[in-house]
Write a protein that binds this ligand. Structure first.
Ligand SMILES: Nc1ncnc2c1ncn2[C@@H]1O[C@H](COP(=O)(O)OP(=O)(O)OP(=O)(O)O)[C@@H](O)[C@H]1O
Ligand SMILES: [Mg+2]
Length: 317
């Protein structure tokens, strides 16, 4: 093991997806086939829930270690350069980089068109080689299991291993493009110290429209001292821990694109918990972090030059 690196390891490790996002908007209605539309706003930026959480952590001045991958092309090189100030361990997969086009609608809804790209190739071996054992308080956040198709069957084993290596384990399932395998998700829950999902995901995992019933069912499958966090968009977030329920209400804001809302929340919440904050402080920090990042368009979470001279510590495997 690389002892020097072990000692300086940031307390927040993020295992998840990194890709290129092209965000465009806004559409008032779905266009006719064969037409061309001019989009008044657009941004090409690093995306994917793992990247979004790492960039949000950087935004609030919290150190993070991003364990992920890029494709073997220009976009992959460009992506790897976007994480100055964040410790990155990026596997280079011999395939094109995953690209996602996000179309914003004036009603606030959005559509994504995403290529499979390199995310299907991220390997468990890479994750295990970089998620180093720790004896200091640390959290490993796992995201986007449904996009990481090679990793997905190993998710339960990876989270269990992260626990054995000294991490508290956090999971944000995200949304499965091909539908829910509820039994699979239930098999991940016993490994989670923090589950961070949204309302619709909670209802889908539990197979019920009744949120309270969903929370009871999901909470029952987690460790007795685990925290179940549900993000409810512009309304804020709620958490359940040790049978106690805490709600955090936010002020709805006019936001052009809410992409990465949940990931920014995750970074703020987990950073607060790592600082010793309780459930209420975690929820408040999650909402505060999302609220600080979402209104920014373009999103760029650092000012140009802020990390000048700080080379990304990319590990190429
Ligand atoms: N329109 C909004 N106005 C103010 N805050 C918002 C708005 N949308 C989201 N947020 C903030 O972002 C947090 C997370 O958002 P949300 O509940 O949409 O998560 P999510 O569905 O997991 O997001 P994602 O689409 O990134 O997966 C909320 O708890 C809230 O603090
Ligand atoms: Mg989410």
């Amino acid at each position: 093991m690389d002892t020097a690196r072990h000692l300086s390891h940031p307390p927040l490790s993020i295992v998840g997806d990194v890709g290129v996002d092209l965000v465009l908007g806004s559409l008032t209605e779905w266009p006719q086939l064969g037409t061309e539309l001019l989009m008044p706003r657009s941004e090409l930026r690093p995306g994917g829930s793992g990247a979004n959480a790492a960039l949000a952590a950087r935004h609030i001045g919290h150190r993070a270690h991003l364990i992920s991958a890029v494709g073997n092309d220009h976009f992959g090189q460009w992506l790897a350069e976007q994480f100055a100030g964040i410790e990155t361990s990026l596997e280079i997969c011999d395939i094109e980089t995953t690209v996602s086009v996000g179309l914003m609608h004036t009603c606030g809804e959005r559509n994504f068109f995403t290529t499979q790209g390199h995310l299907q190739r991220v390997s468990a071996e890479h994750v295990l080689a970089h998620l180093l054992p720790t004896d200091a308080p640390a959290i490993a956040l796992f995201t986007a299991p449904f996009l990481l198709t090679d990793l997905r069957p190993r998710y339960a084993a990876l989270m269990a291993e992260a626990g054995r290596r000294g991490y508290r384990v956090a999971l944000d399932t995200g949304w499965p493009p091909e539908g829910w395998d509820r039994a699979e998700v239930m098999s991940w829950l016993p490994h989670c110290d923090h589950l961070l999902i949204n309302e619709l995901e909670a209802q889908s995992i539990a197979g019920t429209d009744d949120l309270d019933n969903a929370l009871t069912l999901i909470g029952g499958a987690m460790k007795p001292d685990a925290s179940l966090i549900v993000k409810v968009g512009a309304r804020g977030a709620l958490g359940i821990e040790g049978g106690r329920r805490v709600e955090r209400i936010t002020e709805p804001a006019e936001i052009f694109d809410t992409i990465g809302a949940g990931d920014a929340f995750n970074a703020g919440y987990l950073a607060a918990r790592l600082r010793g904050g309780d459930l209420a402080e975690g929820l408040a920090a999650g909402c505060r972090t999302a609220g600080a990042i979402l209104p920014r368009f373009p999103r760029k979470t650092i000012r140009a030059g802020e990390f000048a001279g700080c080379l990304p510590s990319t590990v190429l495997a």
